[in-house]
Design a protein around this ligand. Sequence first.
Ligand code: NAP
Ligand code: GCO
Length: 264
Amino acid sequence: MSEKLFDLSGKIALVTGGTHGLGMAIATGLANAGAKIVINDIFPEKLENAKKEYASKGVDVTTYLFDVTDEKAVDEYIGKIEKEVGPVDILVNNAGIIKRTPLLEMEVDDFEQVLKIDVTGPFIMSKRVVKSMVDRKSGGKIINMCSMMSEVGRHSVGAYAAAKGGLKMLTKNMATEWAKYNIQVNGIGPGYFATAQTAPIREGGHPFNELIMTRTPANRWGDPDELQGTAIYLASKASDFVTGIVVYVDGGILATLGKTKLEQ
Ligand code: NAP
Ligand code: GCO
């Protein structure tokens, strides 16, 4: 009985920006739990390369080229996905960007681009996917990729923190409005994970790497595959009475003030 709780067989999962990083790890986990995977991206070559990488993991993905902030394209492509693959049961709003610039130096256009992709994108995607779920009376699952920055700030990521804080509250509002359709909306809040997005502050002896070691009780960066269990839980029957929360997968960093080098 318990294995059925986490079984995604017969479900279709759309993971935005799933060509690498956390999105690929989550999509692979959902596939291993039985889901059929669809991903999108904004660069064709990344979709081609990703298809091969997924195949090397034994995962057959269907890929689509569209921007999550382009409402017309999202409407067109969700329609295409429904025709060519099937209705979306699980949406993972993973696509996102970060710009590391102190607020006093940040251009308004850059600030707005971060919010557009990281908050408006999930809104546009969810609104379109949920419209079909409601029409089909199918219920469904929405998972928004939040962040530690949904809870705390840090120097030079003000736009991103505003976006991810907003995405946490958008998650709660989506949960509020869509529960009556049996659609659960939750967030995953990763701590610091080793991906292309964090490479600039993790590699080459960057001092931030040392900060993460002292601030994270687990004393290490997360491995993207360590998000798969939480993603499968939030995508499955096991979480049918869970909605409006953010599950932090962070090695304990949000639980503590940190430790000195002597306490490592
Ligand atoms: P990443 O390596 O930067 O990947 C982000 C993905 O989103 C890329 O595939 C990117 O495509 C895609 N994307 C960006 N803008 C898009 C748009 N307008 N439409 C469609 N796709 C778009 O990030 P990551 O480290 O894997 O993180 C994935 C998500 O988790 C992000 O939302 C990030 O904020 C969040 N997160 C990451 C960490 C971490 O430690 N890495 C921690 C907490 C939260 P291109 O590569 O083609 O631009
Ligand atoms: C940064 C990092 C973080 C991570 C993640 C932490 O510059 O601080 O990129 O923002 O991406 O969001 O949860």
